[in-house]
Design a protein around this ligand. Structure first.
Ligand SMILES: [Zn+2]
Length: 233
């Protein structure tokens, strides 16, 4: 079942020629929006998780350093992540810009990225901040249920099934993913707020921050993202 309505026009209206950074809490829908924007402009959608996996799969020197750390469940140090980012944006597919999803996470990373962009002759980035009331975000995530049969998505608060616990289409049992439970979500959201607040303040000071109301529908958010990207010089 399709949840997102009509997809935005795939033809780019113009070249992106810059970095767009998506900032927002987990569950606010920024991943989908970042992917759609990247597809629309024909630029790469970059996440450090994908970069790490790619470096490991290809057996690059950076991947060889990261692999044992990840296998032991340790954090990959910032220096390694930054080297990976620097190598990635030098590749030719990034020459017309790119979309960053989940990076930078700290002010130090943001400063480093700013330097890299300057070195490569990019304009200042557009930073799109997905703002959403934490209580609403909590309901969206913890209310989510998925049909075990057809994968249909419901929300017990916003989009409940006609019969409690049963899929409207096939009567399948609805279940909650373990990651969507309140005791898992609450600490993740708190950690995000704590880590990201200084980053939001940093980009706001630089005049790069653009707010998007992430409580709106997927289509409305998509329109607002385009408006911001096309309208920011
Ligand atoms: Zn179903």
């Amino acid at each position: 079942m399709k949840m997102s309505g009509s997809a935005p026009d795939a033809r780019p209206s113009a070249k992106l020629d810059r970095a767009v950074i998506f900032l927002g809490p987990p569950g606010a829908g920024k991943g989908t929006q970042a992917q759609d924007l990247a597809r629309r402009y024909g630029v790469p959608h970059l996440s450090t998780g994908d970069m790490l996996r790619e470096n490991i799969a290809k057996g690059t020197p950076l991947g060889a350093k990261a692999k044992p750390l990840m296998e032991r469940g340790e954090l990959v140090p910032d220096s390694l992540v930054l080297k990976m980012v620097a190598a990635r944006i030098e590749r030719p597919d990034c020459s017309h810009g790119f979309v960053f999803d989940g990076f930078p996470r700290t002010v130090a990373q943001a400063q480093y990225l700013g330097e890299l962009l300057k070195q490569h002759g990019f304009r200042q980035p557009v930073v799109i901040h997905f703002a959403i009331d934490p209580a609403l975000l909590m309901r969206r995530i913890t209310g989510r249920r998925m049909c075990k049969v057809g994968g249909e998505i419901y929300n017990v608060f916003e989009r409940p099934p006609k019969l409690q616990g049963k899929c409207d289409y096939d009567g399948g049992e609805l279940e909650q993913r373990p990651d969507d439970r309140e005791e898992v979500v609450a600490p993740r959201l708190q950690a995000y707020q704590k880590q990201t607040a200084p980053l939001v303040a940093y980009y706001r000071r630089l005049g790069r921050l653009r707010e998007v109301d992430a409580a709106k529908s997927v289509d409305e958010v998509a329109r607002r993202v385009l408006e911001v990207v096309d309208g920011t010089r």
